[in-house]
Write a protein that binds this ligand. Structure first.
Ligand code: NDP
Length: 479
């Protein structure tokens, strides 16, 4: 069975413990590879390597750093198919989605920051007291990058690309549920000639690997994407140590549909925004609010299209909904479908799905649509992070704003209307870091990305990420 290695100081190495954890293929419910059960000792080695490498990498000209990152991006494109299949097997997502979204986005992240760093400049200005101020933006140091399992290589590269481009070195931990493509990436980094210690990848459990990186005194900066509970824990450690922290956390995003929308577009994109990647995207719209006079028509059309979605083997081209990432996560999502019914909701379609053949032991759920729930019930307040949506009617703009803003989260919101004035008014009042109007997940890497309230702290993307991954230092010269 394939054993995944850590990537420390430029080498693919086993964990010090020589112990391994099982890595499951969620579509078949079987162990297919082994992941290092790393601990504090591996983290220490990785941080020390990154600390040594920082002395050199932070001095390497930006053009050279850029060239190496571009080379890694080229290698990702070269291995596009292998990586897409690996991502699908590791995560359960349809291979078609991995090939169309995850892998191209991984190379795009690297290219975007490899080129952005060449254009990143800092400010200078005269002051009234006959002086000049200029600002240096220096790399911060050894950076901790922790990423989740839902978009494994996509989010892993989203963090390491700006961190490395800015001249930091990195100790990264992918999710233990989806380590495989980060492992493949470490091989590509060796091939691309990334100097030893610049990127270190330590695999293993969150508490045994992630937390020691966060706690390490030689790591001054942390970029984390994951659940709000883990984010709180990381913030409570990083805060008293005054570490720079960027937290991209959970969401419970509203999808608001006014009766003057482009109906067909609103329905088909809502299918996408509800169930892409099995609903395991932090930006999925899990609460759909429909203006009352459109409500019945919308529910009928929406449920009709949901029932037509093919739930199946992620490796088959026609599959739209693959497996959930783990048995534990499938059970959690099913428990929310149960809870929704206990809270008085009506399940119009969806629930556990039993496939036959190769995938008979996989973790599948047919996309679920629930109506009849109040906006303040637990189903509508807590993040489920699976293929489950609720649909609720509303009559007034004020009312839907109140519902939309009523959760502890504030990551993204989607709005469907042809009324431009209303669109601007709503965008202004929705408490979300990202608002999509008449579209969903139309991403532009230059824009600030992140959430409000318990969806996170700080923004990444575009210059925001390069500002986060650098330390500004102001210099004032008297003329
Ligand atoms: P978790 O918070 O469980 O895990 C995220 C990462 O943190 C994993 O690598 C995990 O390791 C690690 N980790 C776990 N415990 C600790 C710890 N004590 N110290 C340091 N690291 C730790 O999230 P999930 O992986 O379950 O991802 C799903 C969540 O991510 C959802 O809430 C989703 O909304 C959010 N998310 C947010 C995004 C955003 O941009 N705002 C984008 C994508 C997802 P391990 O896997 O080994 O436990």
């Amino acid at each position: 069975m394939q054993k995944i290695s850590n990537y420390i100081n430029g080498e693919l190495v086993p964990p010090v413990s020589n112990e391994y954890l099982d890595n499951y293929d969620p579509a078949i419910g079987k162990v297919y590879s082994l992941i290092p059960d790393s601990d504090m000792r591996d983290v220490k080695h990785a941080v020390e390597s990154a600390r040594m490498a920082f002395e050199i990498w932070s001095q390497v000209p930006a053009q050279r750093r850029s060239d190496i990152l571009m080379k890694i991006a080229d290698l990702i494109d070269r291995d596009h198919e292998v990586l897409a299949v690996a991502e699908s097997i590791d995560n359960g997502k349809p291979v078609k989605l991995a090939g169309k979204v995850d892998i191209p986005r991984a190379s795009a992240n690297l290219r975007f920051y490899a080129t952005a760093i060449l254009h990143f400049a800092s400010e200078a200005h005269h002051t009234d007291q006959a002086a000049i101020n200029y600002t240096l933006r220096k790399p911060v140091g050894v950076t901790c990058c922790i990423s989740p399992w839902n978009l494994p290589l996509y989010l892993f590269t989203w963090k390491i690309a700006p961190a490395l481009a800015a001249g930091n070195t990195v100790v990264a931990k992918p999710s233990e549920l989806t380590p495989y493509t980060a492992f493949l990436l470490s091989k590509l980094c060796v091939e691309a000639g990334l100097p030893p210690g610049v990127l270190n990848i330590v695999h293993g459990a969150g508490d045994k690997v992630g937390q020691p990186i966060v706690e390490h005194p030689d790591v001054p900066i942390i970029s984390f994407t994951g659940g709000t509970t883990t984010g709180k824990r990381i913030a409570s450690i990083a805060g008293p140590m005054f570490k720079k922290t960027s937290l991209e956390l959970g969401g419970k995003n509203p999808n608001i549909i006014f009766s003057d929308c482009d109906f067909d577009q609103a329905v088909s994109t809502s299918i996408h925004s509800s169930f892409s990647n099995q609903g395991e995207i932090c930006l999925c719209g899990s609460r759909i609010f429909v203006e009352e006079d459109l409500y019945e028509k919308f529910v009928e059309a929406f449920v009709g299209q949901v029932k037509a979605l093919t739930v199946g083997d992620p490796l088959e081209d026609g599959t739209r909904v693959g497996a959930l990432v783990s048995a534990a996560h499938r059970d959690k999502v099913l428990s929310y479908i149960q809870l929704a019914q206990e809270e008085g909701g009506t399940l119009l379609t969806g629930g556990e799905e039993q496939l036959s053949g190769r995938c008979e032991n996989g973790y599948f759920i047919r996309p679920a649509v629930i109506t009849g729930l109040a906006s303040n019930c637990r189903t509508n307040q807590e993040e489920i992070f699976g293929p489950v949506v609720t649909i609720m009617p509303f009559t007034r703009e004020d009312e839907v704003i109140e519902y939309a803003n009523s959760t502890a989260y504030g990551l993204s919101a989607t709005l469907w209307t042809e009324n431009l004035t209303r669109a601007h008014r709503m965008a202004d009042r929705l408490k979300s870091g990202i608002i999509w109007i008449n579209c969903w997940l139309l991403r532009d890497l230059r824009t600030p990305f992140g959430g409000m309230k318990q969806s996170g702290v700080g923004r990444e993307g575009g210059w925001e990420a390069l500002r986060f991954f650098t330390e500004p230092k102001n210099v004032c010269i008297k003329l």
